[in-house]
Design a protein around this ligand. Structure first.
Ligand code: SF4
Length: 161
């Protein structure tokens, strides 16, 4: 069993942040399905205690920790950074086995009470766009494509999708 840490950088670094990170939930769902122990870390301490640390960030202006003298802990070999907050429209996609994993709808239990987290099944039926809004991460996309079937992320105990 591996010890996995997941850090939602927007949750730590933004005031009044209101929604969960779907990528974090998929990463958690994937690892828990394989028997790994997953922790949603809400600080930047002791990252070297984990076999793997995933740090996800949606917004480019969310601050992330820098440890000064010892270098950025997010550059450590056990840390994987991802998301538009780090790479904007060059962000690598999640690997398919994680992208299409059932989200862990309990990742934020006891930490946050996002309404969209507690009431909804969350996922992408389609991805991409054709409108080219200049500020948007989808600005280079030319079309909408089918992405996930509903059953991939549907939790029947939740009233909404
Ligand atoms: S903001 Fe982005 S996703 Fe929305 S319509 Fe514009 S390009 Fe498409």
């Amino acid at each position: 069993m591996n010890e996995i840490a997941i850090i939602d950088a927007d949750f730590i670094g933004r005031k009044n942040h209101r929604f969960p990170n779907l990528s974090c939930m998929k990463i958690s769902g994937y690892h828990k399905a394989y028997g790994d122990f997953v922790t949603l870390k809400t600080d930047w301490d002791n990252l070297d205690a984990f076999n793997k640390v995933y740090v996800a960030k949606v917004f480019t202006d969310t601050p992330t920790q820098n440890a000064g003298l010892f270098g950025d802990p997010l550059d450590a070999p056990n840390v994987i950074k991802g998301g538009t907050g780090f790479f904007f429209d060059k962000a690598p996609p999640l690997p398919p086995h994680i992208e299409h994993a059932m989200p862990d709808y309990h990742l934020y239990d006891g930490v946050a009470t996002f309404k969209t987290y507690t009431d909804y099944s969350i996922g992408f039926l389609t991805r991409g766009c054709f409108r080219h809004c200049p500020f948007c991460v989808n600005r280079r996309s030319n079309k909408v494509v089918a992405h996930s079937p509903l059953k991939e992320f549907f939790d029947p105990t939740r009233k909404k999708i």
